[in-house]
Design a binder for this molecule. Structure first.
Ligand code: ATP
Length: 272
């Protein structure tokens, strides 16, 4: 199968400092990834197994991809990204082939992370078809390939499967058994302190005027995700630029106000 549809193996450069908030998620991911490598001898001595799979779940747009990239970058692990939706939409047999090749590459480039975004796309299809009596062959085959590949990972191979979903309830229970995706991390919408931190990350390269109050902005952006806050900062800087290409030296409060006026946050009040 063609490899061009799975993304390249990369040594990612995003660091934990590029991700605002989420301190406890970062800490737990860091532990799941780095401890088995850094303290390999102690793990062996104590008979501890390195986790093979971690599931990040939570509403869309809430930093799951960023967390995967930072986790890889921070621990010096290679990262390979696959999309569940893409795997599911391929021709018969192609999805399984891509998945097998991705595992093979991960083993060859270990220590490495195989990130499967929207993993529910594989299993969600199966759930739907089953309720109508059929059972989707495609998703059953992709799921069983995934389970076989995960079961074949020795904990010493240094390959971690990181998966993300915003529909954890549709996942097949077999996927969540011990030795598979057995570490579950909830990635919630950012709270006010998280939002402040994210605003700081995205405005740190900007010349902010003194009248910009990031704390107040954090309070006014309840339904914003990390991605929304990143574009809010970009939009504010663009507003400054629009005022005058040569005169724009600072981004100030009124630029943020104009950006807020046109911003469209991703979350609804019910999701926070
Ligand atoms: P998810 O993976 O949760 O479905 P997503 O893929 O839309 O969401 P990300 O790719 O993690 O979300 O985020 C998109 C962009 O938003 C990132 O490239 C980054 O610039 C910004 N961003 C998201 N979360 C954060 C954060 N916690 N701190 C800083 N920037 C963030």
């Amino acid at each position: 199968p063609s490899l061009s549809r799975s993304s390249d193996v990369t040594l990612d450069t995003v660091s934990w400092h590029d991700i605002g908030g989420y301190e406890d998620v970062k800490e737990r991911l860091h532990r799941a990834l780095e401890w088995p490598i850094k303290h390999a001898a102690a793990f062996k001595r104590l008979g501890l197994h390195a986790p093979r799979g971690v599931l990040l779940y939570g509403p869309p747009g809430c930093s799951k991809t960023s967390l995967a990239r930072a986790a890889a970058g921070a621990s010096g692990m290679r990262l390979q990204v696959l999309s569940g939706a893409q795997l599911f939409s391929m021709y018969v047999g192609e999805g399984e082939g891509i998945l097998r090749t991705a595992f093979q590459r991960s083993r060859m480039t270990a220590p490495s992370i195989l990130f499967i975004d929207e993993i529910d796309a594989i299993v969600g299809g199966r759930a739907q078809e089953t309720s109508s009596g059929g059972g989707s062959d495609a998703s059953t085959r992709i799921l069983s390939t995934l389970l076989t590949e995960m079961d074949g990972l020795e904990s010493s191979t240094g390959v971690l499967v990181l998966a993300a979903t915003n529909r954890p309830h549709v996942l097949d229970a077999a996927l969540l058994r011990p030795g598979r995706l057995d570490v579950l991390l909830y990635v919630p919408p950012p709270d006010v302190l998280g939002r402040l931190d994210i605003l700081r990350v995205h405005s740190r390269g900007m010349p902010l005027a003194e009248d910009v109050d990031l704390q107040a902005l954090a309070h006014r952006t309840d339904t914003f995700t990390g991605a929304d806050l990143a574009s809010l900062c970009q939009e504010a800087a663009l507003m400054a630029l629009r005022e005058g290409m040569d005169m724009a030296h600072e981004v100030n409060k009124r630029h943020f106000e104009s950006a807020l006026a046109v911003a469209r946050p991703s979350l609804s009040a019910a999701q926070i």
